[in-house]
Ligand binder design. Structure first.
Ligand SMILES: Cc1cc2nc3c(=O)[nH]c(=O)nc-3n(C[C@H](O)[C@H](O)[C@H](O)COP(=O)(O)OP(=O)(O)OC[C@H]3O[C@@H](n4cnc5c(N)ncnc54)[C@H](O)[C@@H]3O)c2cc1C
Length: 499
């Protein structure tokens, strides 16, 4: 076994980005991935014989520009299809792309999205920033202040509007600016996707801005979402990273209050000067490090990191093409703000919503070979699903599937008759299969009280942790999840800065 300078725990897209960056700077790096393949949420799976679906993520808003350029992902085979339009399904479907749409609200929607796009543009640089320590002065705050100046450059009136809007909820913004329920429902859905809040919850607008800051488009790579991880894996290996799959880390080895390596479930111990965990922060501290090596107060705060997932994953095997307006679009079923709010309310009490809201794509319309000839695969992100159902998990899963199929049938008549296989993953299933605590999209809720210098916790917000030599690099760190690699890249920069 060769020796390594750094061990990456978890071969998701953040782990791969971090590993590649470290290797490019001359570190000898090994990635230890529990699964049979790297990719994490950006993988693919045969969920029914002959039908292959994205494991979790089915589109991306775009990868971090530093990751794309630094890993030269185009050279390693990553190419995207043209950006997908969004079709809001309903009695009169509405197509939306990059702020452009038709109907009575076309001009108001374009103006609103232009303004939100401008706000997102000034927020985008925050994503590449190591959050400053609350207690320090000097350089770090200086960088934050410079970014703040970017916001001030919006001009006085827009700056005031920016401050007003980031504090309010998406429902109020949608109601104030638009009249078309289809557009209001779409905004409410997009702002809350992956979050544990409804459109009337405070701060829901900032989550939409964060998504727009990643990118304005919905993108599907050629070869499916797993192609992102495959290109990253090729780039990492080209940089000298050693990838090991079927290697589950059981614990971080700590000696003299310093992380010095890891022990696999097989009992094998691998040592390195630096250990970087690109899995959930709660799992990292609670299971891999353990209370013995952590301050009691910090350990208690780890268990308070909120990590409630509310997205269920539906995969359908279809015997033919569903009757949707555009097979190569992202379809959204979110008829109004109220519909999104009413889908959220029951999950607060561990119940399954009667009428979930959802987005779906048909990966089979983009790639041959993921379904038998003439058949299709439907991949949906369904909101909201209880992370701790009051009923038994199996009963909640059945109810979620039944209610989602009823919603789909109402919007795509005849769809049920095409279903030859179905898989519904509840947040608990996602936790068990992917190690995402609570099934949460971001490995820990992305909410104002868990953002920037509070993500995942004040003591670990700069990617370094209270255990010397141990760093975090996954979605649970700033700037959160999604398939983009930003957290992993930021973490690598921090490891390198530590020398
Ligand atoms: C239902 C659902 C749908 C989603 N849809 C989208 C979408 O359409 N678009 C989008 O951009 N994002 C989507 N996301 C979010 C996205 O999947 C995650 O934010 C993203 O995968 C996080 O990347 P990561 O590299 O930080 O972690 P992960 O992708 O979770 O990767 C972590 C890796 O660590 C491995 N691991 C865990 N424990 C260990 C261990 N002990 N030892 C070794 N390896 C270990 C896991 O096997 C995994 O491969 C979705 C999330 C959910 C829950």
């Amino acid at each position: 076994m060769p020796s390594f300078d750094a061990i990456l725990i978890g071969g998701g897209t953040n782990g791969l980005a971090c590993a590649a960056r470290l290797a490019m700077k001359g570190r000898r790096v090994v990635v230890l991935e529990a699964g049979a393949e790297v990719g994490g949420g950006a993988g693919s799976r045969e969920f029914a014989p002959g039908y292959v679906a994205p494991s979790l993520a089915h589109t991306t808003r775009g990868l971090d520009a530093r990751v794309v350029a630094g890993m030269d992902l185009a050279r390693h085979g990553l190419v995207f299809h043209p950006a997908l339009p969004t079709v809001v399904l309903g009695p009169e479907p509405l197509t939306v792309q990059r702020g452009k749409t038709s109907g009575p609200d076309a001009a108001a929607y374009a103006a609103l999205m232009a303004r939100l796009g401008e706000f997102a543009r000034v927020l985008a640089p925050f994503r590449a920033l190591t959050p400053p320590r609350l207690t320090t002065t000097g350089n770090e705050w200086g960088r934050l202040a410079r970014l703040g100046l970017g916001i001030r450059a919006l001009g006085k009136a827009e700056f005031r509007e920016f401050l007003r809007m980031i504090l309010i909820n998406i429902a109020d913004v949608a109601e104030d600016e638009l009249s078309d329920d289809r557009l209001k429902g779409l905004l409410a859905f997009d702002a809350t996707l992956g979050a544990w809040l409804g459109p009337r919850s405070p701060n829901s607008l900032i989550l939409l801005l964060n998504q727009l800051a990643i990118g304005p488009d919905t993108l599907m790579p050629k070869g499916g979402m797993a192609a992102v991880a495959q290109a990253m894996a090729r780039a990492a290996e080209a940089a000298g990273v050693h990838l090991r799959c079927n290697a589950t880390v059981a614990r971080v080895v700590v000696e003299g209050e310093r992380a010095v390596g890891v022990e696999l479930t097989s009992g094998e111990v691998i040592r390195a000067e630096t250990v970087v965990s690109a899995i959930s922060p709660r799992l990292t501290f609670q299971q891999l490090v353990g209370p013995r090596h952590l301050d009691a107060g910090f350990f208690a705060r780890v268990s308070h990191i909120r990590s409630r997932g509310a997205v269920a994953k539906l995969h359908l095997a279809l015997s033919g093409a569903p009757g949707v307006p555009d097979l190569r679009a992202r379809m959204v079923v979110a008829p109004s703000v109220r519909a999104v709010e009413e889908a959220f309310n029951p999950v607060k009490y561990g119940e399954v919503p009667k009428a979930p809201v959802l987005e779906f794509v048909l990966p089979s319309a983009f790639e041959a070979g993921v379904a038998p000839e003439g058949h299709h695969v439907l991949s949906a992100n369904v909101q909201f699903a209880p992370h701790a159902p009051k009923a038994a998990l199996a009963a909640a899963r059945t109810e979620m599937l039944e209610n989602t199929l009823a919603v789909l049938e109402a919007h795509v008549p005849g769809l049920r008759g095409l279903v030859v296989g179905a898989e519904m993953l509840m947040p608990q299933d996602i936790e068990a299969r992917f190690g995402m605590v609570g099934g949460n999209w971001h490995h820990g809720e992305l909410a104002v009280e868990q953002m920037l210098f509070l993500r995942p916790l004040r003591e670990a917000a700069q990617y370094a942790t209270p255990v010397a030599g141990l760093f975090l690099a996954g979605a649970g760190s700033h700037p959160g999840g999604g398939i983009n690699g930003a957290a992993g890249w930021n973490a690598a920069e921090r490891v390198l800065a530590h020398g």
